[in-house]
Design a protein around this ligand. Structure first.
Ligand code: FAD
Ligand code: FES
Length: 1282
């Protein structure tokens, strides 16, 4: 948080900021508060930090300091904020773990709105505990509190830091003078007054004026643009004016967008409505523009001068006829901010020596109508795909157009105007004929070539006319409203068209979480089954938690950066590092030739040798004294390639027979015979896109040579420390016993840190070995996304035979996944796809075959759910197709074909589906499915342009892996003579709360308070050969090992305890030590039985199943493709939950990750195999605005799982698939659209169901109006790799 003091107004301004975009020189005179400054465990934990931890709003903890600071900045400005302000304050923060609900719940406790939740409107309320406090069948209470608000520390404003008086004095007393900061490459000049500014601009016409740095900073950071002089004009009073004039509002160019918003919010209610049309249109855009951090930095002057094509305010300012007040050494002048200015026409633009002092935003007139539109891939904190500002001025008291302006952003490199079309429409009446002509004219004037950068060409064309239609209706509605003021009567909108008005807004999400309480007889000390806070929760919130790259600088450490392939497939002809070695600070360049042992594995090289097989493959590494120098060195390495033909898509791979391993097949019944006796057969295919892990902590490793016996310490962010150890030892040609790997915690991983970190560690270790110095290697976000793969895209074909009553009796399924360039987990993923495709359905004649395709893309890898989310979205798609074909309700098809009672899977594993049916029935009841379905149908009858959809999906998720060896686990438990207990085990903490659960288990087994038990780190030193932490079984198997170790210890202590039953734990331990009883034990668990035989296609593939069901309701905007998640009910059979807060956190977090997978996250590749989506700007994960307004989770009570510890179940992954209930709810809404428009028959929707796909599926006269390009006649900007 930045705090500044304004001496004239004597006001302190606090605002959140993105540190990555904040030049240090811009902070002169400001106070900076970081999360560490807010509170700490050593002094006092701030209530924001405390509540976030106690409400389970932190899992991996990597996003937590950001959340804390956003909230803190808000509270400093608004001590009792509204819920709208709280939600808006979190617009710019991303969390990949929690699903946001617990974060919002935490911050609700600070809200000034003490009212009840919106569930009350539904006849229910989360505060009405009757619903949830019912006893379960077993008699235990059902609870819905995961934390105890009564325990929260109150906010104490007297404890807040005060703005440093010396900075205040400095701001008040200082005679203003120019500040100049000299850097090695850049000089930063901050002039004191306007005269100096224009002098400087005359002297350095090419120097940028940096205010928020949100545009210049990005160019410098990502595009390598360099400026030797930077002018920082924020201390000039003229650039901060905000004044009401006779003509409009004058806003200084250095005012930030948050100030503009606050000013407009204040001004609008004070002025007559007719004067504020432009202001309201701006406010609409400002509500969704970026996040609060960017809005607090970015200036209106920078926004106008920068003129990004997708930026939202300029089209509105331009149609509103805003004026720019300019100054230069030669004087001042005013120019219009119009379409020509935005298109950078020379005679309408700023001169190089001019600066914008302020902008005059005019009042609108009586007969003016101004509207703003935008549609982005995510509703908030995402640049628009297309935006628009539109204005019409009518001849007084008529609907005859006097003036018309229509501007669009996101169509070309600059904002474009439909100027000619508008001119031709002047004088026309506002009626349907005009709309029709306007659409044709606009589409004729504004063209978007089929290969246009950014893709989505037909969608963007459709938005041009969809927005126009919305504008037409808004104006018509406005004209009608004027009747009341006694003017000419214009017809109001038809009921049908009324539903086109308005866009979706983000409302504050609400949640209810229900779980079974522990047995009332359970001792209060025993923490098992209780919602215990994450073991590191408070440290996450205070910033004290140490992640790999937080480890303090080690003596003599060097930094490493990698050179990656720019080709998808090519021979490496030469690598020239000579220029790189000349860069100051560069110490060495490391290549495959420097690896003393094995360069990676049989499957994948750590450094590419001779050939590159994907864009982003690591070729060599530069080590330097600083990270910046290492990056500069990377820029200088020259690689000459000879291109080879790449294979990029699944289609290409099939054509070239390019696969990993053999086909995997599972079959039951007789498929050929099955098809002979069915009533109907349908065939089809579906394509499901991949997913980027987007863990918040990028890959990071620190290698420290110990200096003797070739020993090395490797600190690494991984899910598999043992694999790191093996690969590093092999690469260095030393024994594994010399390599000590340590992982304290990982800032999210989701499967993405199973194999790849080992290769990063090899690279760093080889560099450490070569230079003899410690090496730190942390990837930037764009590098991480470029180099590592993600979830496998899947392409599936189906042939399904069924009876007219909905029974599916035969299904023949073929699946292909895009594995990328190396094996990694691709073969296992396709095995799981094949094994799990049946989901919850018993189909007597069933065959599924699968292949993993080998392509020249970054290698795809494990990802939460491991093939299941793709496989079963495919399954649910053909189930939906059967429903459409039979005309029966989807839920009926699902119910009819669902497993019931004791069953065999297609690979002959026995399981009991009773709880699957229970989850389904509970979900039906809890969601009030049938009554809401009726309400949805009713809504759809009333609304033509907005539709609702509802869907309920069952789930049978198999936990763990299909081999016993991957379930083995070990733990080491020490008891010290003071009675404290140190637990170590092989599992890695990635946010899933494994250590918290292990401490709970140790506490119960040893019968000591939780506070006695500590966990330090996962290390290959304490627990050797640990298996990867994955597959939802980490806590299961390590829990068994911890339990075993504790039971061994307890047994050893038994004679002592029996002798002194009234003694204390400490007494027994002292006595045990005195009697030479060992107080350290290793616990072991051999693993669950699992043995799949691929030759026969049969076996016990998985130890057990988690059942669940989810029901989701959505609303879509048929004209833009936007959708709103209204409500989701999840019922999960988690059996006895060791920690309901952790388990519900996993379910909710996974669910939201699934919503991302199925509805918004889209990885894009160029036709050359280059990934476009390399950061949060281009790849959208769900934000706080994307979660359902109501999210309810219910853990099924009275459920047993005898094989797992305490009869629990692993629920780390299962919830992700349930995100597809949102996909199918959208599908349901789209189906309603298509039915109404008489588009009959089945239809296919591929995943993710983005705004583009939703819009284009809602075929109407606008989608039909746009020009279509024949595939094959042009080169698309992006290719489909699934
Ligand atoms: C993460 C992120 C998300 C974003 N999301 C959105 C979004 O959703 N919608 C949207 O519309 N925009 C979005 N933006 C873009 C944002 O609106 C612009 O980057 C911002 O408005 C630029 O203002 P600035 O003060 O930071 O400009 P700076 O980077 O400081 O400067 C930009 C340019 O303006 C010039 N300039 C600045 N002030 C003056 C002046 N007084 N006179 C003459 N020239 C001047 C500079 O010379 C420079 O060339 C986003 C940006 C980021 C980084
Ligand atoms: S807790 Fe938010 S990213 Fe992990």
């Amino acid at each position: 948080m930045i705090s500044t003091y304004e001496p004239t107004s004597k006001k302190i301004r606090h605002y959140p900021a993105n540190s990555c975009l904040l030049p240090i020189c811009s902070l002169h005179g400001s106070a900076v508060t970081t999360v560490e400054g807010l509170g700490s465990t050593k002094t006092r934990v701030h209530p924001i930090q405390e509540r976030l931890a106690k409400c389970h709003g932190s899992q991996c903890g990597f996003c937590t300091p950001g959340m804390v600071m956003s909230m803190y900045a808000l509270l400093r400005n608004h001590p009792e904020p509204s819920m709208e302000q709280i939600t808006a304050a979190l617009d710019g923060n991303l969390c990949r773990c929690t699903g946001y609900r617990p974060i919002i719940d935490t911050y609700k406790s600070f809200s000034g709105e003490k009212g009840c939740c919106p569930l009350r409107g539904t006849g229910q309320c989360c505060l009405d505990k009757e619903d949830v406090c019912a006893a379960s069948d077993k008699g235990n209470q059902m609870l819905s509190d995961l934390c105890i608000p009564e325990e929260f520390q109150p906010i104490d404003p007297t404890q807040e830091f005060i703005f440093p008086p010396e900075l205040m004095r400095m701001a008040q007393q200082q005679t203003k003078r120019t500040l100049v900061f000299y850097g090695e490459r850049t000089t930063w000049i901050s002039p004191a007054n306007l005269c100096e500014l224009v002098e400087l601009k005359a002297m350095y016409p090419k120097a940028p004026l940096v205010v928020g740095n949100t545009s210049v900073g990005l160019e410098m950071k990502l595009a390598g643009v360099h400026h030797s002089i930077i002018i920082h004009p924020t201390r000039i009073p003229e650039l901060h004016v905000v004044s009401n004039t006779n003509h409009g509002l004058v806003v200084g160019a250095a005012c930030c967008l948050a100030q503009l918003r606050d000013t407009l919010m204040k001004v609008v209610p004070e002025l007559p409505e007719e004067k504020t049309q432009i202001f309201r249109a701006l406010l609409l855009q400002l509500k969704t523009l970026a996040g609060e951090q960017i809005r607090s930095l970015a200036s209106i002057g920078g926004h106008i001068a920068g003129r990004g094509s997708t930026w939202d305010l300029n089209p509105v300012l331009a149609v509103g006829r805003s004026l720019l007040n300019l100054a230069s050494k030669d004087g001042t002048r005013q120019i219009p901010l119009n379409d020509r200015f935005l298109a950078r026409h020379e005679n309408a633009d700023l001169k190089p020596k001019e600066v914008i002092v302020s902008v005059l935003i005019p009042y609108s007139k009586k007969d003016d109508f101004v509207s703003a539109f935008r549609q982005a891939e995510r509703r908030k904190n995402a640049l628009s795909v297309v935006n628009s500002g539109m204005r019409v001025l009518f001849k007084p008291n008529t609907d005859i157009i006097m003036d018309l302006n229509i501007l669009y952003g996101g169509i070309g490199p600059t904002t474009v105007s439909a100027r000619k079309s508008c001119q031709r429409l002047i004088g026309r009446q506002w009626n349907e004929q005009l709309l029709d002509d306007a659409c044709k004219l606009v589409l004729g004037e504004i063209s978007l070539p089929p290969s246009a950068p950014g893709g989505k060409v037909e969608y963007r064309r459709t938005l041009l006319v969809s927005f126009l239609f919305k504008f037409y209706l808004e104006v018509l509605h406005g004209l009608n409203k004027m009747v009341r003021t006694g003017r000419t009567k214009y017809p109001d909108l038809s009921k049908k068209n009324m539903s086109a008005l308005g866009a979706f807004h983000c409302e504050t999400p609400q949640g209810v979480q229900t779980y079974e309480d522990v047995d009332p007889a359970q001792s209060l000390q025993d923490p098992v089954g209780r919602p215990i806070m994450h073991q590191s929760g408070v440290k996450h919130a205070t910033g004290e938690a140490v992640y790999c790259n937080d480890i303090r600088a080690v003596d003599e450490e060097l930094f490493l950066a990698v050179v990656t392939s720019s080709r998808a497939h090519a021979k490496i002809v030469t690598i020239d590092v000579s220029e790189a070695l000349k860069v100051p600070g560069v110490v060495d360049v490391v290549t495959a030739g420097d690896v003393p042992g094995i360069n990676g594995t049989y499957y994948e090289q750590a450094f590419a040798q001779n050939e590159v097989i994907c864009v982003g493959q690591i070729v060599c590494a530069v080590v330097a004294e600083s990270a910046v120098q290492a990056k500069q060195g990377v820029e200088k390495v020259k690689i000459e390639y000879e291109n080879l033909e790449p294979i990029l898509t699944i289609e290409d791979a099939i054509k070239h027979n390019s696969y990993f391993g053999k086909e995997k097949k599972v079959e039951q019944g007789n498929i050929e015979e099955g098809f002979k006796s069915v009533d109907q057969i349908i065939e089809g295919e579906i394509h499901i896109g991949g997913q980027e892990h987007f863990y918040l902590e990028t890959n990071s490793v620190l290698v420290v040579p110990r200096g003797e016996d070739n020993e090395m310490d490797v600190y690494v962010s991984t899910q598999d420390a043992a694999l790191v150890q093996v690969l590093v030892a092999l690469a260095l040609n030393v024994q594994s016993s010399k390599i000590m790997c340590h992982t304290k915690r990982v800032g999210g991983s989701f499967g993405g840190k199973i194999t790849k970190p080992a290769y990063f560690a090899v690279i760093a270790a080889v560099a450490a070995n070569k230079t003899g110095r410690p090496i730190r290697f942390t990837l930037e976000r764009n590098e991480d996304m470029l180099i590592t793969g993600g979830r496998h895209p899947l392409s599936g074909k189906y042939k399904v035979g069924f009876m007219n009553d909905g029974r599916i009796t035969a299904a023949d399924i073929e699946c292909y996944i895009n594995g990328g360039c190396t094996l990694h987990e691709s073969e296992v993923v396709i095995e799981y796809v094949v094994l799990k495709t049946d989901n919850a359905y018993n189909i007597p004649n069933f065959r599924v075959r699968g292949r993993a395709c080998k392509t020249n893309l970054p290698s795809n890898t494990a990802f939460r759910g491991f093939g299941f989310p793709q496989a079963c979205l495919f399954t649910e798609s053909w189930i939906a197709a059967v429903a459409t074909q039979t005309g029966l309700p989807h839920e009926k098809i699902r119910e009819i074909n669902m497993y019931k009672g004791v069953n065999l899977t297609p690979y002959k594993e026995e399981f009991d589906a009773t709880n699957l049916v229970k989850c389904w029935n509970e979900c039906m009841a809890k969601s009030e499915y049938y009554s809401r379905k009726t309400a949805v149908e009713e809504f759809n009858k009333q609304n033509y342009w907005k539709k609702k959809g509802i869907a309920i999906i069952p789930m049978k998720f198999s936990v763990g892996t299909n081999a016993t060896q991957y379930h083995q686990a070990a733990a080491l438990v020490h008891i010290y003579t003071d009675g404290s207990v140190l637990v170590t085990h092989g599992g890695i903490e990635m946010g899933q709360g494994i250590h918290t659960k292990m401490l709970q288990i140790a506490s119960r087994e040893l019968n000591v308070p939780l506070s006695y038990v500590h966990f330090c780190e996962t290390s290959t030193v304490t627990v050797p050969n640990a298996i990867v932490t994955a597959g939802s079984v980490g806590s299961d198997v390590n829990g068994k090992a911890v339990q075993n170790a504790c039971q061994i210890l307890r047994k050893r202590l038994e004679p002592i305890i029996n002798k002194n039953p009234g003694g204390k734990w400490e007494d027994w331990i002292t006595e045990a030590h005195a009697q030479s009883v060992s107080l350290s034990a290793t616990g072991y668990f051999r693993g669950y039985v699992a043995n799949m035989n691929w030759d026969t296609g049969e076996g016990q593939a998985f130890p057990y199943f988690v059942f669940g069901a989810a029901c989701s309701e959505v609303e879509i905007d048929c004209l833009t493709g936007d959708h709103k998640n209204i409500r989701t009910d999840i019922v999960m059979d988690a059996c006895f939950s060791i920690n309901p807060a952790v388990d519900i956190g996993q379910i909710e977090g996974a669910f939201v990750q699934g919503v991302g997978l199925y509805t918004m996250e889209e990885i894009k590749f160029s036709p050359e195999g280059e990934q476009y989506t390399l950061g949060p700007d281009t790849y959208k994960i769900p934000a706080v605005c994307d979660i359902p307004q109501q999210l309810r989770v219910y853990l099924l009570p009275n459920s047993q799982n005898s094989i797992a510890i305490y009869s629990s179940k692993g629920v780390g992954e299962a919830g992700l698939f349930l995100g597809c209930s949102v996909f199918f709810a959208i599908r349901d809404a789209v189906a309603a659209v298509r039915k109404e428009r008489r588009l009959t028959g089945t239809f296919t929707l591929n995943s993710p169901l983005t705004v583009e796909r939703i819009r284009m599926a809602c075929t109407d006269n606008f989608t039909e109006m746009i020009p279509k390009d024949k595939p094959g006649t042009y080169k698309p900007w992006a290719i489909d790799i699934a």
